[in-house]
Design a protein around this ligand. Structure first.
Ligand code: TXA
Ligand code: MG
Length: 323
């Protein structure tokens, strides 16, 4: 695997968040292939994955704040945006003066990083705009014809993409994409003030090409992570008429008991154990299954806007923004 990566090949790999489509981060040719395979616009930069802190200095300029955060959360589901080194090719960062860096925790990803001896640029291994992959079969079904290798690490532990924290401005820490590591946890561990993201735009607003040109993290695009079928969100219970319509499928967070509904292929519970971590782990898998099922509309329940619920709401609201 490491030999293929060194030969500029693109390989799908498991991480603890979602599956990634990895390429040698020092090779502009290999990274160009990643953009082509995903159908990703050139102005949407890639995350660079590193094995150890020595590699951080090869790709970015670290800061005391970054060191503090790395100590608390790496390896793990947190990406830092820092000023970049020239060694990183322009296409990886879309020409920005910054680079996004993460030290992943997944043992398979770490073993490949170590064997390779080079940082790996890896976006989520899905076609641009579609639901992120959390199992090897997700990668196989949507990109299987375009890549030679998918490393099977089973289902991803976390199931949502990493938290992205922008540390590129002096004395500032701003969350660009919420994830499993929440703003309050970062604050608690580091004592830093962390600016949280604004909610995604209301569903009526769609990104234009102009929006894309200057977007800070394109994960912030109004529409992203989307199923092909229309997705409609609800807080406690959907309207009775929607429940009675057999063309609707429902993703419930914990239990649909209160709505008097029984689990069936049309009614799926993301976390029967009542844990938000379980809901996050199953979210993209169940969204894909609903998208592939005979239902015509998908209804999904929003969690409370706190802790992991912030990240789950963020993904669901973006997925529901139909163009
Ligand atoms: O959990 C994850 O982060 C996964 C796994 C594979 O590591 N990766 C992932 O990558 O979600 P991707 O490419 O799907 O999302 C990366 C996000 C994009 O929204 C991109 O715009 C943003 O990171 N990004 C990359 N470089 C950036 C930079 N220099 N400044 C701001 N945002 C950046
Ligand atoms: Mg992605």
């Amino acid at each position: 695997m490491a030999a293929s990566l060194c030969a500029d090949e693109v390989v799908a790999l498991p991480t603890e968040t979602v599956y990634g489509l990895a390429a040698n981060a020092f090779s502009p040719v290999a990274c160009e292939r990643v953009f082509a395979i995903k159908g990703r616009p050139a102005n949407d930069p890639l995350i660079v994955h590193i094995h150890d802190l020595a590699q951080l200095d090869e790709v970015a300029f670290s800061t005391p704040e970054a060191e503090c955060i790395a100590k608390a959360f790496w390896p793990g589901a947190l990406t830092m945006v820092l000023r970049r080194r020239d060694r990183i090719p322009d296409n990886v960062t879309s020409g920005l003066a910054t680079v996004a860096v993460r030290m992943p925790a997944h043992p398979v990803m770490r073993a490949v990083l170590q064997a390779c001896g080079k940082p790996l640029a890896a976006p989520s291994a899905n076609p641009f705009g579609y639901i992120s992959p959390t199992r090897p079969e997700h990668v196989l079904s949507s990109l299987g014809e375009k890549i030679r290798f998918i490393l099977d690490g089973g289902p991803c532990e976390i199931g949502l993409e990493s938290t992205i924290l922008d540390l590129s401005e002096p004395r500032s820490a701003r969350i660009l994409r919420p994830g499993a590591i929440s703003a309050s946890r970062i604050k608690r561990h580091t004592g830093m003030d962390v600016i949280s993201p604004q909610s995604p735009p209301a569903p009526s607003r769609f990104p234009s090409e102009d929006d894309r040109a200057d977007v800070k993290a394109p994960g912030m695009l109004a529409r992203h992570y989307s199923p092909r079928k229309p997705l409609i969100l609800f807080e406690n219970s959907p309207p009775k008429g929607a429940l009675d319509d057999p063309s609707n499928g429902f993703l419930w967070l914990y239990s649909p008991d209160k709505a008097g509904v029984r689990i069936s292929p049309r009614h799926v519970t993301l976390a029967p154990d009542g844990r938000p971590e379980t809901a996050a782990r199953n979210l993209f898998h169940e969204l894909r299954r609903m998208d592939e099922s005979p239902v015509e509309h998908i209804w999904a329940q929003l969690p409370a806007d706190e802790d992991l619920g912030v990240a789950i709401r963020d993904r669901l609201r973006r997925a529901a923004n139909q163009a």
